[in-house]
Design a protein around this ligand. Structure first.
Ligand SMILES: *[C@@H]1O[C@H](CO)[C@@H](O)[C@H](O)[C@H]1NC(C)=O
Ligand SMILES: *[C@@H]1O[C@H](CO)[C@@H](O)[C@H](O)[C@H]1NC(C)=O
Ligand SMILES: *[C@@H]1O[C@H](CO)[C@@H](O)[C@H](O)[C@H]1NC(C)=O
Ligand SMILES: *[C@@H]1O[C@H](CO)[C@@H](O)[C@H](O)[C@H]1NC(C)=O
Ligand SMILES: *[C@@H]1O[C@H](CO)[C@@H](O)[C@H](O)[C@H]1NC(C)=O
Ligand SMILES: *[C@@H]1O[C@H](CO)[C@@H](O)[C@H](O)[C@H]1NC(C)=O
Ligand SMILES: *[C@@H]1O[C@H](CO)[C@@H](O)[C@H](O)[C@H]1NC(C)=O
Ligand SMILES: *[C@@H]1O[C@H](CO)[C@@H](O)[C@H](O)[C@H]1NC(C)=O
Ligand SMILES: *[C@@H]1O[C@H](CO)[C@@H](O)[C@H](O)[C@H]1NC(C)=O
Ligand SMILES: *[C@@H]1O[C@H](CO)[C@@H](O)[C@H](O)[C@H]1NC(C)=O
Ligand SMILES: *[C@@H]1O[C@H](CO)[C@@H](O)[C@H](O)[C@H]1NC(C)=O
Ligand SMILES: *[C@@H]1O[C@H](CO)[C@@H](O)[C@H](O)[C@H]1NC(C)=O
Length: 550
């Protein structure tokens, strides 16, 4: 009975939904026939045609995004229907021109008819090929809120009158060969009071004093300053701008500190890679509840790794490599369900490696190398996603957990310079068919590696097993599989006794280091004529023997 009533309700609900959708499509049909596209104003049409005529389509442009929108522009049709053109529905004025990735080439002169399109609110010319400088005259486009000239091959100075576009919300001048002069930028920070997005990647700002960023309006959400030649102290206050969501200062020479409190609560993306920021990472970083990307690598941060970092459950990337951070990794973390990249390499971290990094369900890259981490490592529990594991240069002992040998997507495994031990053999690695590099050097592994078995790892390019004094390889078994990509093989300071004739067919081998072993017997003739380095004795380090194969 109850079920029946439910069914009836569902049916009537479905009927109502159906009725609504019919009404809706009827309404939208009639509204589009009542409101055809507005008619383009004659002055806008002529401005667009003149602009079009000063440019040409560079058929050789073969960027992935290239599509020649202007090719279909037709003088005898309404310009409001042209690709990339949008008009105001009431006045018919052209309000948006989006010619990004349109294979356009030519130059923009200060008298370009583009500047007559005074109703323009959005202008996107990104990824075309305009030689020469950005003309001055943009300030005539008084209504402009969005300007994207990124990737346009512009060169020279950014014209100062861009700083007068007081309604601008988004400005993107990235990836050109531009230089911003300090006065124009100061004017920009004061006049563009509505600015939310400022992206100047690769713009040369070498003579800037970064304090000028302080004058940017507090409405700022997105600040992209990657590769801008910036130096000097970056104002800490920017990280506290109330609406800031995205800040990329990577690859500059900025100094400065992170705020000890009052971070913008909207911050999602922080990239300070390759600068000279100092001081500690404050505990308040744990307040960044929205941050998904955090890269503070290659800076001069020191002090304790704050445990609050590990409460940022929503992170996808946590990169703190190449600083001087001390302390332990927490024994437990909760969350980190989406963490893909965890790089804490080259710091001063100590203590036992906890098990949680090996249980992260989305992990792709784990780099804890170059610390003083100890203890054995745990089995990987959610193995499928992992591609790179680097635990080199630590004090880890124990054996390689067996689950590592099931990581079918693994491309790089580096366990070098630790205290690993245990018998290894080539069959263990046979499932790792995506492996590109394998470095187990400077440990205490023992056993016999059958190179012909290992050679079934078709993509393997670099193999380093040096300095495992109990490790040897076996003689050829007569199999005819060969290393296809092997470029480098280090097997020095091991327990190798015979020359591996099998390697004769490793066609791409460039470096073979067998020094400090006790090899006896003769070396076969090489098949190929390529030159490569062969090192058989320690003393040959000084003058690496160059042998022609053959
Ligand atoms: C615009 O330029 C393209 C090529 O550069 C040309 O094919 C097209 O006919 C032009 N359209 C108008 C309306 O000028
Ligand atoms: C331009 O549009 C007119 C009218 O629709 C049409 O007759 C003509 O063939 C078009 N020209 C081109 C080059 O597509
Ligand atoms: C714009 O200036 C160029 C020289 O910079 C000139 O050749 C061209 O005729 C001018 N065009 C217009 C429409 O004034
Ligand atoms: C831009 O055009 C110039 C020739 O005008 C050409 O040398 C250059 O390769 C082009 N650049 C791109 C990115 O297509
Ligand atoms: C330029 O920056 C704006 C604002 O952040 C962004 O929306 C746009 O996608 C960027 N343009 C390109 C080509 O990436
Ligand atoms: C822009 O800023 C400069 C310097 O701060 C000022 O002199 C000028 O009046 C401002 N212009 C506008 C249009 O706001
Ligand atoms: C940036 O500008 C400065 C000063 O004009 C110049 O010395 C430097 O070479 C420029 N850097 C680049 C990468 O163009
Ligand atoms: C943090 O914000 C609060 C409230 O807005 C303010 O009272 C305090 O002075 C700020 N502290 C710092 C260090 O900026
Ligand atoms: C941020 O975190 C710190 C330390 O975890 C805390 O003392 C502070 O009250 C938090 N709030 C703000 C607004 O900084
Ligand atoms: C390996 O990675 C691919 C995508 O790169 C993914 O589709 C696949 O599920 C992974 N393989 C395994 C066994 O996880
Ligand atoms: C060889 O490995 C041992 C530890 O197993 C290490 O102490 C030594 O420095 C390594 N030698 C070289 C040359 O890397
Ligand atoms: C050598 O390769 C051939 C074909 O590629 C195959 O039929 C044969 O079984 C292989 N021999 C050995 C010993 O693996």
């Amino acid at each position: 009975m109850g079920k029946f009533i439910w069914l009836c309700r569902i049916r009537s609900l479905l009927f109502v939904l159906f009725f609504l959708s019919v009404v809706d499509s009827f309404l939208s049909l009639s509204s589009s026939s009542l409101n055809p596209p507005p008619l383009c104003l004659p002055e806008d049409t002529s401005a667009l045609i003149q602009f079009n005529n000063t440019l040409f389509i560079d058929e050789s442009a073969n960027d992935l995004c290239a599509y020649p929108k202007t090719k279909s522009w037709n003088e005898s049709t309404n310009c409001c229907t042209w690709e990339g053109v949008t008009c105001n529905k009431v006045t018919g004025k052209v309000i948006s021109l989006d010619l990004s990735c349109s294979m356009l080439a030519g130059s923009l002169s200060p008298n370009t008819s583009l500047f007559r399109l005074q109703g323009l609110k959005r202008l996107d010319l990104s990824f075309n090929n305009f030689s020469g400088s950005i003309p001055s005259g943009f300030s005539q486009l008084v209504s402009l809120t969005y300007l994207d000239l990124s990737g346009c091959s512009f060169s020279g100075l950014v014209p100062s009158d861009i700083s007068l576009l007081s309604k601008l919300i988004s400005l993107n001048l990235s990836t050109n060969d531009l230089k911003f002069d300090r006065q124009s930028f100061d004017m920009l920070t004061r006049n563009l009071t509505k600015l939310e997005n400022l992206v100047l990647e690769l713009v040369n700002m070498s003579d800037f004093v970064p304090t000028s960023f302080m004058n940017l309006p507090s409405s700022l959400k997105h600040l992209g300053l990657r590769f801008c030649n910036l130096k000097g102290k970056f104002p800490t206050e920017i990280f506290q701008f109330r609406y800031l969501e995205y800040v990329d200062l990577s690859f500059n020479s900025l100094t400065g500190y992170l705020p000890s409190s009052n971070w913008s609560s909207h911050l999602k993306y922080i990239d300070l890679n390759d600068n000279q920021f100092r001081g500690s990472i404050p505990a308040s970083i744990g307040n960044l509840t929205k941050t998904t990307f955090l890269d503070l690598s290659n800076n001069e941060f020191q002090g304790q790794l704050p445990s609050s970092l590990f409460s940022l459950k929503q992170l996808t990337d946590l990169v703190l490599s190449d600083n001087s951070l001390e302390g332990f990794l927490p024994t437990h973390v909760r969350g980190f369900q989406d963490l893909k990249v965890l790089c804490l390499s080259n710091n001063l971290l100590t203590g036992v490696i906890p098990s949680w990094p090996f249980t992260l369900p989305s992990l792709e890259k784990l780099d804890l190398s170059g610390n003083r981490l100890s203890g054995p490592i745990n089995q990987i529990q959610k193995p499928n996603s992992v591609q790179k594991v680097d635990l080199g240069y630590n004090e880890i002992h124990g054996e390689i957990p067996s689950s590592f040998f099931d990581l079918v997507n693994l491309t790089e495994l580096d366990l070098s310079s630790n205290n690993f031990k245990g018998v290894i053999n080539s069959v263990m690695f046979s499932k790792l068919e995506n492996l590109l590099t394998l470095d187990l050097s400077s440990n205490s592994f023992s056993g016999v590696i059958k190179l012909d078995v290992l050679s079934k790892l078709k993509k393997l390019g670099e193999l380093n097993l040096s300095n495992n004094t109990l490790l040897s390889w076996s003689s050829d078994s007569g199999s005819n599989t060969t290393f296809q990509e092997l470029d480098t093989l280090y097997f020095s300071s091991c327990n190798v006794r015979q020359f591996p004739n099998f390697l004769r067919s490793a066609k791409k081998l460039r470096i073979l280091d067998l020094s400090n072993n006790s090899i006896q017997g003769s070396i076969f003739k090489w098949e190929s004529e390529e030159r490569f380095e062969l090192k058989l004795r320690e003393e040959s380090t000084l003058a690496t023997i160059q042998l022609a194969r053959n």
